[in-house]
Design a protein around this ligand. Structure first.
Ligand SMILES: [Zn+2]
Length: 424
């Protein structure tokens, strides 16, 4: 079992500072571990035994990652993910080495597509692309649309792919499009990305447009419940989050978020109260691996950089292309630090402390962030995370829950609540 360290990576994923979910960065800064205190060290086992046990567990148990951004990466770089690559965070070979059984591939739609009016077409193209993985390499990838299908495919050689849409812009204000994308296999929708859209406000825009959900967003939540489509609250503003939880009849999921406890004031991560509310509603929190999400120092460095760039833009009244050019240029010269795998464990343990071990899972954001913690460079590295959890005293049952069972349970509840309301 190898875990491949990245030594270089293309910069300049996207050119705006509101696009942090899918941006770049590498370079190493030593970062102190944030150690959670909710478990005892594993007793009586040597380090080598724990490592071996971690690799065994990664092979034996079902492991699902609920947010990987590889399709958008492929749209730009045409990576062949059927073989090992040095670029990118995901390919078939590394996924199997890491014990990854199923992955939600993000059908990501950049926020500007809503303005351009071609968001639905953009999403359809990405879905075609993901479907092509299974037709081009049928021995390596298989598509799934339900919990049962994921379970049935577990144990074979193929990596199961499920579709999740990141940014609800492709719905274009029409519930018929919700049905269209459900029929094409989308099983969750992240209601917005880094900008407010026609559904709700984003945690990363400069201010609210709707103060939560738009009138269409308020129709959309129950419609998603009826259909059995999971609602993803990663990226939404706090007001939108609370309104969604109020309206939804089914559990709600944060597919790739961190705990705001470690990054105070950064609203892309969720607060302790939000985590408790998610749990009370039967939902769960899938922890993002991005360095900026999990480590206070890295997060603060990014925010300081962002403040500086925004101040310059304001002082010089930069607009349009000039503004974009300036942002791209600054971003190219910016180097963000790296977190450590222990930071991710601290987030997992924080959710466990707040809401219990049934309320947490893994949503790496691989290929959506480019600064990843030391020890978590790509999809071959899940055994490292399992090792860290074993070392902190978490048992195999808990690790099974964290790696997939919690998420599958919640997804099954969303499916069931749809069938109860006769939504399909
Ligand atoms: Zn995202």
């Amino acid at each position: 079992m190898r875990c491949f360290r990245r030594t270089s990576r293309a910069l300049g994923r996207r050119g705006t500072l509101t696009s942090i979910g899918k941006v770049l960065v590498l370079h190493t800064v030593t970062v102190p571990l944030l150690l959670a205190l909710c478990s005892e060290p594993a007793a009586g086992q040597t380090d080598a035994e724990l490592r071996r046990r971690a690799r065994e567990l990664a092979r034996e148990i079902l492991l699902i990652d609920t947010h990987v951004d590889t399709p958008y990466e492929i749209r730009k770089t045409e990576l062949n993910i059927s073989r090992r690559n040095e670029k990118g965070h995901f390919d078939y070979v590394r996924a199997r080495e890491g014990g990854l059984d199923a992955v939600f591939m993000a059908v990501y739609v950049p926020p500007e597509r809503e303005e351009k009016g071609d968001a639905r077409a953009f999403a359809d193209e990405t879905i075609d692309l993901v479907n092509s993985f299974a037709t081009k390499w049928p021995g390596k990838f298989a598509l799934a649309r339900s919990v049962d299908e994921v379970r049935r495919q577990f144990g074979g050689d193929r990596v199961t792919i499920v579709l999740g849409m990141e940014n609800g812009s492709p719905l274009e204000g029409d519930l018929a499009n919700l049905r269209h994308f459900y029929d094409r296999g989308i099983r969750y929708i992240t209601l917005c990305h880094s900008k407010n859209n026609h559904i709700c406000d984003s945690s990363f825009d400069s201010g609210p447009k709707w103060h939560g959900l738009s009138p269409f967003g308020k129709e959309l939540v129950p419609a998603m419940n009826r259909l059995g489509m999971m609602i993803d609250v990663s990226h939404v503003s706090d007001d939108a989050f609370y309104q969604i939880l109020e309206l939804s009849q089914a559990p709600v999921v944060a597919t790739h978020s961190g705990c705001r406890h470690f990054t105070p004031g950064w609203h892309r991560n969720v607060s302790d109260d939000m985590i408790r509310r998610l749990a009370d509603k039967g939902g769960l929190m899938q922890v993002n691996f991005g360095s900026m999400f999990v480590n206070a120092r890295v997060n603060e460095a990014f925010r300081a950089y962002r403040r500086k760039v925004n101040a310059h833009i304001e002082a010089h009244n930069l607009e349009g292309d000039e503004r974009e050019r300036y942002i791209r240029q600054q971003w190219k010269g910016f180097r963000l630090g790296r977190a450590h795998i222990g930071d991710v464990v601290a987030h997992i343990e924080h959710v466990i402390q707040l809401a219990g071990v049934d309320r947490v899972g893994l949503g790496s954001d691989f290929d959506g962030v480019t600064s990843l913690p030391e020890g978590l460079d790509d999809v071959s590295c899940y055994p490292n995370l399992i090792y860290e959890l074993l070392k902190k005293g978490h048992n195999a049952d808990d690790i099974r829950k964290i790696c997939a069972e919690n998420f599958l349970r919640v997804w099954a509840e969303v499916e069931k609540s749809a069938s109860l309301t006769g939504g399909k």
